[in-house]
Design a binder for this molecule. Structure first.
Ligand SMILES: *Cc1c(COP(=O)(O)O)cnc(C)c1O
Length: 392
């Protein structure tokens, strides 16, 4: 090997140095999970307050056993795309179960939530169409919008006046149009005004896609953001993930039969990728059983988030995701480090994941957390916030 840097390596080094200077470089840390909430990192045991495994189901004995049985019966991999020979029966079973749970005619499973969003918008829209997307929508909704080649208009977060104005100004120039939003927002934990979104979508003949990755299993007794409202505000395109409260891995779209059939033929991230492995699908099936049987379990993460917010002097949360906004990147990194020293794992979230000037701790709660750990975290976070205010 020559030690001379190639232009490729020089390019990478220069980019990394720039990110480092701005405190925006990200590092991967080896993290061993010990149980549903404890992890070990660099030999230290930490209570994890930044996982999306809201119900601790990734470590549930029945979920593990279902997954083990699936490996024994179907093997480890799926072998091919579902359109070739990868269509194992567990996939069809989970699709039916999720459609019933979401109240739709049909459902399609994808390799991940990210892949689902790369699939849905580009399969439905093209260059003569229009996307209106909430500025805080998840990165993969933005990527799906870009891939579709449609015109993309961002509207201010949860701002229905801004969305209405943008629809009024742009809708008539486009053939078809879609509104894209999170149901429960991933970095802020607030909930989209779904009834108002449905009304605008109807008024402007625009299709609504709601990404409820953080809603299933965590709000409205586990039924998701649509059910926070009465009557339930169900979008025609309901997307979500198997990777968070369901404790497994994969993504889905619940929709009408026609829409799902179109995607089975047209969605590139379904057609040209290997089907998700049987073990992951069996785990999600068992997790869905538990969610349906135990609405109380699904209420627990939000109860703990409320307890935390009351103790830390933060506003009452709408979901188990609580942002503690600290402003600049250094401050967020320092806060995360202080918590780590106290045995609490809370990641610092920095731009471009969140807007500039809103670097934060993003705290998430799991049904498996103890009240003692939640109270300990609340005390530590309150200390950090008081110190921050004093420094201003
Ligand atoms: C995590 C997340 C995704 C991606 O889901 P994965 O299954 O992890 O790929 C999509 N949308 C939102 C809002 C998310 O938070």
């Amino acid at each position: 090997m020559t030690s001379k840097l190639t232009s490729l390596n020089r390019f990478a080094s220069r980019k990394l140095a720039g990110l480092e200077r701005r405190n925006l470089r990200r590092k991967l840390a080896q993290t061993q999970t010990l149980d549903a909430v404890a992890v070990e990192r660099d030999g230290q045991r930490l209570i994890n307050f930044c996982s999306n495994d809201y119900l601790g189901l990734s470590h549930h004995p029945e979920v593990i056993e279902a997954s083990r049985q699936a490996v024994l019966e179907h093997g480890t991999g799926s072998g091919a795309s579902r359109l070739v020979t990868g269509g194992h029966p567990l996939l069809f079973e989970l699709e039916q179960r999720l459609a019933a749970f979401k109240g739709t005619q049909d459902c399609i499973i994808f390799g991940s939530g990210y892949l689902a969003n790369l699939a849905i918008t580009p399969a439905l829209l093209g260059s003569t169409d229009l996307v209106l997307i909430d500025e805080y929508a998840h990165a993969c909704l933005h990527s799906g919008a870009q891939l579709s080649r449609a015109r993309v208009e961002m509207f201010r977060h949860n701002d229905m006046d801004d969305l209405a104005a943008k629809l009024e100004a742009t809708r008539s120039d486009a053939r078809n149009a879609m509104i894209l939003t999170d149901g429960v927002f991933s970095m802020d934990g607030d909930i989209a005004p779904l009834p108002a979104l449905l009304e605008l979508a109807e008024q402007y003949d625009t299709w609504l896609l709601v990404d409820d990755a953080h809603g299933i299993g965590t709000v409205a007794g586990g039924r998701g953001a649509a059910h926070v409202f009465t009557p339930a505000a169900k979008a025609p395109l309901q997307m979500g993930t198997l990777s968070k409260a369901l404790g497994s891995y994969g993504g889905y779209l619940a929709a009408s039969h026609q829409v799902c059939e179109l995607l089975r033929t047209r969605a590139r991230p379904l057609v040209f990728t290997t089907a998700p492995p049987p073990a992951a699908i069996a785990a999600a099936l068992k997790a869905l059983d538990l969610i349906e049987q135990q609405p109380d379990l699904c209420e627990r993460p939000l109860e703990l988030a409320r307890r935390f917010c009351a103790a830390a002097g933060l506003p009452d949360p709408a979901s188990p995701i609580v942002p503690v906004i600290l402003g600049d990147e250094t401050r967020a990194l320092e806060a995360s480090e202080r918590l780590r020293q106290a045995g609490l794992l809370v990641a610092a979230i920095r731009p471009p994941t969140v807007p500039k000037g809103t670097a934060r701790l993003r705290v998430t709660f799991s049904a498996a957390h103890s009240e003692t750990d939640v109270d300990r975290l609340a005390k530590a976070v309150q200390d950090i916030r008081l110190q921050c205010e004093a420094a201003h």
